[in-house]
Design a protein around this ligand. Structure first.
Ligand code: CUA
Length: 315
């Protein structure tokens, strides 16, 4: 899958207000620690060179119980720790403010091995490709559907665990547009490394357009191949896991396929989304993502093709 238009993940190249706050704290930490390391290393070098053993030297003068010195080297580090502790506390509060009665803007669910995104305010449900509006104050609720996953887009700052039965909140205020890559960062099974997050930050206007098109219930197919594809989709086991708005397919085990044609990738970022790849994926998902939960359904190539035509034409 070609992700060349995505930014190289880099925590210092932040894309949210929260990530910026965390990185700035990190810089303060780094400068203080580096300064201290230089002072300690400098004094040590000075002492080693100036007070080294010379021929004819006897025992050096022994120091013991210098109260002033002891107070100095206790108080200075204590003040630094206190400062860093307070600064960290302030940043933690800014990044993770109290939730109160606030409702999430996006409900993110980690599944083996893909991500579901629900936008409760617009009713949009999608998978793997996240859209967020630039400049908005967002709260994401991170859930785990089966095992513990972890939602992590380096440019967004915090890593947030997706724990079954214990939703966590992640606050994001995107400060610039872009296409950012993330990754599940809690080992969750054989396809953990291919559980990608493809996050798009777009303008509020583009986001509204996207949400509107996603909320649309696709019209039923009229063309022969697509009609046959729908018949196969509804009669084979597809409906037991997937859902498509406006049809009797309502299962929530696997990705919602209502607007699969709008997605760039299949299989959580594994391959590009096109008719050919989708046909091959339907025939044998294990070929692309060994160990993923969608089995090889032993469909013929023409059956898989017709289903792919049906899915790619849902608009
Ligand atoms: Cu999901 Cu690792």
């Amino acid at each position: 899958m070609d992700l060349s238009n995505a930014e190289i993940p880099n925590i210092f190249n932040f894309a949210t207000e929260q990530a910026r706050t965390i990185v700035y704290l990190q810089y303060i930490n780094l400068v203080i620690c580096l300064g201290f390391a230089l002072v300690v290393a400098g004094l040590l070098t000075y002492a080693v060179i100036n007070f080294r053993h010379r021929p004819g030297d006897g025992e050096p003068v022994q120091y013991e119980g210098n109260t002033k010195l002891e107070i100095t080297w206790t108080v200075i580090p204590a003040l630094i720790f206190l400062f860093l502790g307070i600064a960290t506390g302030v940043v933690m509060y800014q990044v993770n403010p109290p939730v109160g009665k606030r409702q999430p803007d996006v409900i993110v669910s980690g599944h083996q091995f893909w991500w579901e995104y629900r936008y409760p305010k617009s009713g949009v449900v999608t998978a793997n490709e996240l859209y967020l509006p630039e400049g908005a104050d967002l709260m994401l609720e991170i859930r785990g559907a089966d095992v513990i996953h972890s939602f992590w887009v380096p440019a967004f700052g915090e890593k947030m665990d997706a724990i079954p039965g214990h939703p966590n909140d992640l606050f994001l205020k995107p400060i610039r547009k872009g296409f950012f890559i993330g990754q599940c960062s809690e080992y969750c099974g054989s396809q953990h490394s291919l559980m990608r997050i493809l996050a798009n930050v777009v303008s509020q206007k583009d986001f509204d357009t996207w949400a509107q098109s996603q909320a649309k219930v696709p019209s039923p197919p009229t063309e022969k191949t697509a009609l046959h594809g729908r018949e196969l989709f509804m009669s084979k086991t597809c409906v037991q896991c997937h859902s498509i708005a406006g049809t009797c397919a309502t299962a929530r085990v696997a990705p919602d396929l209502t607007h699969i044609s709008d997605r760039k990738t299949i299989g959580s970022g594994v391959i590009a989304n096109n008719l050919d790849n989708l046909t091959k994926w339907i025939m044998d998902p294990q070929d692309f993502k060994p160990g993923c939960l969608m089995p090889n359904m032993r469909l013929t190539e023409s059956e898989a093709h017709d289903i792919a035509v049906y899915l790619e034409n849902l608009k």
